[in-house]
Design a protein around this ligand. Structure first.
Ligand code: ADP
Ligand code: TRP
Length: 326
């Protein structure tokens, strides 16, 4: 079973990324054939400077390595270092229409906000389909917001198969309902683009600021609080097992604990949980030679796998003249 996923390096990792995708990946690399990459080409759709593009990519790589992605157990690479994917993007673009691409949420939402869309933004779902189809992926773990992109990948694969003959497997999305949408500090979906994230690799001071900024109602210390409606609870419960959740629930319902204390408890949980990863991250980030060598190994693995699919695709499309005989 090949499992593939990508994470866009357009900022620091947050709890939404961690609980929907990253935590599972470490598990998958022991049980399955895991393919995982840093989607730096997709990040160009929100480009600000070359410096931050490079830094964000390096940061994301270090984050994943520190969180336990083991290059010996999976294929882990940087998207732009596997050019087969961009080549496949072009081939796949013949298997989707402009009216269909105009329906993509990622594109429509930006247009609705008055942003003049680039061609790259419009093509985003095609590049993502290529990411997935270039590796014959069976399963793609993502957050709920990526559901439509997975549908595009399947549609494109089906259309290509019907146009040129059976070539691609149809990938299945894997969306974990419980952690499908992790709320941000304001209650909306936690997202870099909304500025409402809790970035677990931030220093303690910044983390504290984020956690203390979580929106609450006005219930006082002596009042019972509705944990089901609380953002603090929604986030904290992600770290807890059933008995931990019960304990936390009673701290909400029994009067005597204020929101300030509940936030402090959450902050402590975050610091404890990510403490060891934070130390590991510092070590890794200080050794770019090691990081580069690991990523080269990863892209070699990924290129070997995608080359096989690309050979098939080129043949189906009659690309090149290597097969012409006298
Ligand atoms: P962001 O929305 O912050 O830009 P990304 O688009 O980089 O995050 O998301 C990386 C992965 O994490 C994707 O699979 C995405 O669906 C998932 N993800 C991001 N935010 C959340 C969230 N709040 N809840 C659940 N999953 C999320
Ligand atoms: N678009 C995804 C996101 O924003 C990142 C991504 C790019 C991806 N290519 C992918 C995820 C392929 C899964 C599979 O989260």
């Amino acid at each position: 079973m090949r499992i593939l996923t990508g994470v866009q390096p357009s900022g620091k990792l947050h709890l939404g990324n961690y609980f929907s995708v990253i935590r599972k990946l470490v598990d998958y690399q022991n049980k399955s054939d895991l393919f995982c990459f840093v989607a730096d080409l997709h990040a160009l759709t929100t480009f600000s400077s070359a410096k931050s593009q490079t830094e964000n990519t390096y940061d994301a790589v270090c984050d994943f390595l520190a969180l336990g992605i083991d290059p010996n157990k999976c294929a882990f690479w940087i998207q732009s270092e596997v050019p087969e994917v961009t080549e496949l993007t072009w081939y796949l673009s013949m298997s989707i229409t402009v009216p269909k691409l105009e329906l993509a949420h990622s594109y429509k939402d930006k247009v609705a906000k008055g942003i003049v869309p680039s061609g790259g933004l419009f093509f985003y779902p095609v590049l993502m389909a290529a990411d997935i189809l270039a590796f014959n992926s069976d399963k793609v773990p993502v957050g709920k917001d990526q559901k439509q992109h997975l549908e595009y990948a399947r549609d494109i694969a089906e259309k290509f198969n019907s146009q040129y003959g059976e070539t691609f497997k149809l990938p299945e999305p894997e969306i974990d309902e419980e952690t499908a949408i992790v709320p941000g500090v304001d209650g909306a979906k936690m997202s870099k683009s909304y500025g409402n994230t809790i970035n677990f690799f931030d220093d303690e001071k910044k983390l504290k600021k984020s956690v203390m900024g979580i929106l609450t109602d006005s219930a006082g210390v002596d009042e019972s609080k509705d944990y089901e409606k609380s953002i603090i609870y929604s986030i904290h419960s992600l770290f807890l097992d059933e008995s931990g959740k019960k304990d936390l629930q009673s701290r909400f319902t029994n009067p005597g604990t204020g929101y300030g204390d509940l936030k402090k408890a959450l902050l402590e949980t975050i610091l404890d949980y990510f403490g060891p990863y934070r130390k590991e991250r510092e070590k890794i980030a200080a050794d770019p030679t090691y990081v580069r060598s690991v990523m080269k190994k990863g892209s070699d693995k990924a290129r070997a796998a995608s080359s096989q699919i690309l050979d098939k695709v080129r043949e189906k499309l009659g690309i090149g003249i290597s097969k012409v005989s006298a």
